[in-house]
Write a protein of this length. Structure first.
Length: 127
C-alpha cells in the first residue's frame, strides 16, 4: 500500500477495547472521543445539578441518559455541517470579529467624510 499523504491516516478513529485486563462490554470498543464526551457530559450533569440544586432521584439520569445524549449529540448531530463545539467556536469567532473581510483579511474603514460648505438649491443663487 502506497501512502501519498498522511491526511487519511489522521482520520482513523482510535478505539479502547480494554482497561488493564478488564474487557469493555461494548462490542467494537469505545472511541477515545466518545469516552471524552461522556466524561464531559457527566461533568456538565454534576455541575447543573449542583448549581440549580436539582436532586436527581435516579442515578441513571445523571450518569446514563444525559451523558449518552451528550455523546450522541457531539458525535452525530451536525449544525451547518460542523460538530456542535466547532459551530459554537465559529459563532464566538464571528461575534468577536469586525464583520468586514476582503480575502479573509480585515478591511479598515475610511474616516467619515464631512462637508462644511454651504448647499444651495437651483434658483436660490444670488446674481
Amino acid at each position: 500500500m502506497v501512502v501519498h499523504t498522511y491526511s487519511s491516516l489522521w482520520k482513523i478513529r482510535k478505539r479502547l477495547y480494554n482497561i488493564e485486563k478488564v474487557k469493555i462490554p461494548i462490542p467494537g470498543g469505545v472511541e477515545y472521543a466518545q469516552l471524552g464526551y461522556y466524561l464531559v457530559g457527566c461533568a456538565i450533569a454534576v455541575l447543573i445539578s449542583s448549581i440549580f440544586q436539582i436532586s436527581y432521584s435516579n442515578f441513571i439520569y445523571q450518569f446514563g441518559l444525559f451523558p449518552a445524549f451528550f455523546v450522541y449529540a457531539m458525535q452525530y448531530i451536525k449544525l451547518d455541517g460542523k460538530s456542535p463545539h466547532r459551530f459554537g467556536a465559529a459563532l464566538i469567532r464571528y461575534a468577536c470579529s469586525n464583520h468586514r473581510f476582503n480575502r479573509y483579511k480585515p478591511v479598515m474603514q475610511a474616516e467619515k467624510y464631512r462637508y462644511d460648505g454651504e448647499i444651495l438649491k437651483v434658483g436660490e443663487m444670488d446674481d
